[in-house]
Every structure is written in structure tokens, then in C-alpha cells.
Design a protein around this ligand. Structure first.
Ligand SMILES: NC(=O)c1ccc[n+]([C@@H]2O[C@H](COP(=O)([O-])OP(=O)(O)OC[C@H]3O[C@@H](n4cnc5c(N)ncnc54)[C@H](O)[C@@H]3O)[C@@H](O)[C@H]2O)c1
Length: 277
């Protein structure tokens, strides 16, 4: 309790899954919370759940891929709470993993959607919110990447985007260290959320069933990720910046040992006849 007392947090994609878990945990630890999500019904419900439990929360409908929507959200949070000290960039989607497609089948819109939701969103939120963090004397940025950002994974665009989240986190830490802003990221493994389960079933890591590759024999929960986010947002991690923390039940240790050609669940394409035939 009270590990985030006096802090004001913006969490993107907080209407469900990991983002919702983080919003509830931040509020339980005393932070004022802004639930920024495109889904009004579920976003309002998350904010309501926090208020009913005695916390402080607002919902602000936000499309994180749109700069003007993020600017409006930032203004709404400033109007409600007067400061922002924590930013959790959580949105991201494994579209291609769910469809189990390779790069040749990946459409322009799927490519753009992946990078807009996972990376452009961070640019949009950081440029609006960091100036307010600086005005407040500093803060903490917690980005949600994935173990796909470091381990060999099936989905090309998703992996590249999540590697980008790790890179942008390090750059933010370097750029704003003198403003007393820390930036870290969390790399979840297979977490029990609507998005996570369907991606895991497709076997995003080297095309194998993710049920089989964990040292701790269960799916992770949004709370597992939220516990790490509270730590990284709080003063307990005041000497930690520019780092990535895997919350994956030990998956990363095992995926690096998977033989590279176990692609059983990947749809096979017919072999072309050799040239000249
Ligand atoms: N669940 C996992 O197993 C897992 C594993 C590794 C990484 N991650 C990452 O964790 C993060 C959260 O994943 P999740 O499984 O909780 O997802 P989820 O699908 O359960 O929730 C995503 C939330 O983002 C919101 N959203 C979608 N588009 C938006 C937009 N344009 N603007 C604002 N909000 C938008 C949705 O409405 C939803 O509330 C993602 O970045 C994901 O890549 C998840």
C-alpha cells in the first residue's frame, strides 16, 4: 500500500488485460490513475472499479496512434489531476502471430497497425507527457515490450516492433536522465489475457506450442506484470533505468534453446519447381 502515493499515472490500453492489471495495481498503491484506451465501455468500467475500491481514476477515450487524441488525453489528465509523473506505454498487438502468417503474407495495413500501436504510440505519448513530468520534477516511464523483442520469435513485425520498444526505452533513459526521469521496460512471456492466449495458442515462438516452454508451470497473469510495473514505477527502483525485465516464468531461458526449424504449426507453402523446368 502507498508505494505510489502522490504519483499520477497514465496507462495506455488500460481497459483490459495487462494494462487493466497495471491500472488497478497502481491505484491500490495510492496513485491517481488515468485509463487511456480506445474502448469506452471497458475503459469506463476499469476507472469505475478503481473508484469503487476507494482509488482515484478517470477514463479518457484515447486512440494512441493519433497525436491529436493523445494531446486531448494529456490535457484531460492535467485538468483532472494537475500533474503526470508515471507513464506506462502498454499498447501493442500481435496481429500476425494470431494468424500465423509469414512476412510474404503480411499486409501493409497489418505492418502499419503493428508499428503505429506499438511504437508510434510511444512517440505520441512521450512528446505530450514528458514536458509535464519535467515540470513535476521527474518521473518514471514503464514500457511494455515482449520476450519476442529479444528471443527468436515467429512473428517478424511484432518482434521488430517489440525490439524497438526496448531500444526506445534505452534512448528515453539516456535523453531524460538529467530531468530525473527513469525509463525501463517489461518483457512479458505468455500472459493470460484475451490477446495473449490467442497468440500463445498460435505458437509465436518458433512456431511451437507455448504451453510447453515455461519453467513455472502456468500462464502468467496481468497481476504478475503489474507487480513488476509497480516496482519500476516506484522509488524502490530508483537506481534502475534503461533496463528490461522479463516476466515470463522462465520462458526466455528455454526459447533460446529451441532448434530453429521446429516450425510444425506454421502453414507450409508448396515447394516451387527448380528454375529451368
Ligand atoms: N498477453 C501476453 O501474453 C503478452 C505477451 C508479451 C507482450 N504483451 C504485450 O502487453 C501489452 C498488452 O497486451 P494484452 O495482452 O493485455 O492486450 P489486450 O488485447 O488484452 O488489451 C489491449 C488493450 O489496448 C487497447 N487498444 C487497442 N488499440 C488501441 C488504441 N489505438 N488506442 C488505445 N488503446 C487501444 C484495447 O482496447 C485493449 O483494452 C501489449 O503491448 C502486448 O504486446 C502481451
Amino acid at each position: 500500500m502507498d508505494r505510489l502515493k502522490g504519483q499520477t499515472a497514465v496507462i495506455t490500453g488500460a481497459a483490459s488485460g495487462i494494462g487493466k492489471g497495471i491500472a488497478l495495481a497502481f491505484a491500490r498503491e495510492g496513485a491517481q490513475v488515468a485509463v487511456a484506451d480506445i474502448d469506452t465501455a471497458r475503459g469506463e468500467a476499469t476507472a469505475q472499479e478503481i473508484r469503487q475500491a476507494g482509488g482515484q481514476a478517470i477514463f479518457t477515450r484515447t486512440d494512441v496512434t493519433k497525436p491529436e487524441s493523445v494531446a486531448k488525453m494529456t490535457q484531460a489528465v492535467m485538468d483532472a489531476f494537475g500533474r503526470i509523473t508515471i507513464l506506462c506505454n502498454n499498447t501493442g498487438d500481435a496481429v500476425e502471430a494470431r494468424r500465423s502468417i509469414r512476412i510474404v503474407e503480411l499486409t501493409d495495413s497489418e505492418w502499419n497497425e503493428t508499428f503505429d500501436l506499438g511504437l508510434k504510440s510511444i512517440h505520441n505519448c512521450c512528446r505530450c507527457i514528458i514536458p509535464h513530468m519535467i515540470d513535476s520534477g521527474g518521473g518514471s516511464i514503464v514500457n511494455i515490450s515482449s520476450i519476442a523483442g529479444t528471443a527468436p520469435a515467429f512473428s517478424a513485425a511484432f518482434s521488430a516492433m517489440k525490439a524497438g520498444v526496448i531500444a526506445i526505452t534505452r534512448a528515453l533513459a539516456v535523453q531524460y536522465a538529467d530531468d530525473n526521469i527513469r525509463a525501463n521496460c517489461i518483457c512479458p512471456g505468455a500472459i493470460r489475457t484475451p490477446g495473449g492466449i490467442s497468440a500463445a495458442k498460435q505458437g509465436i515462438y518458433a512456431g511451437i506450442n507455448n504451453d510447453r516452454i515455461r519453467l513455472i508451470e502456468r500462464f502468467g497473469t496481468p497481476e504478475d506484470v503489474a507487480n513488476a510495473a509497480v516496482f519500476l514505477a516506484s522509488e524502490e527502483s530508483s537506481y534502475i533505468t534503461a533496463t528490461s525485465l522479463a516476466v515470463d516464468g522462465g520462458m526466455l531461458a528455454l526459447v533460446s534453446n529451441i532448434p530453429p526449424r521446429t516450425l510444425d504449426s506454421v502453414p507450409k507453402r508448396a515447394k516451387r519447381p527448380p528454375k529451368g523446368n
